[in-house]
Write a new protein. Structure first.
Length: 79
């Protein structure tokens, strides 16, 4: 399904879109569509990276706690 979206662009941005679309032999609509698709991909990558970093920090913190507990046991085997 395709939907129509209306946007307002300043003249400089519109001229750049026209020039780049023409140089790539694309319609303005195709150029804008590809730009949005690229932005969506980059945003998804960034969000995934943030989730992975958060999970990594959580796991790292838990690992440090476990390492501390093991270290205490090694220092005092009767504990």
């Amino acid at each position: 399904m395709k939907s129509l979206v209306s946007i307002r662009l300043n003249d400089d941005l519109l001229q750049a879109i026209k020039a780049h679309a023409h140089s790539l032999h694309l319609s303005q609509a195709d150029y804008i569509r590809k730009a949005i698709e690229n932005m969506n991909r980059e945003t998804e990558k960034q969000l995934l990276k943030q989730k992975l970093e958060a999970a990594s920090l959580k796991v790292r913190k838990e690992s440090m706690q476990i390492n501390t507990e093991f270290s205490e046991i090694e220092d005092d085997p009767d504990a």
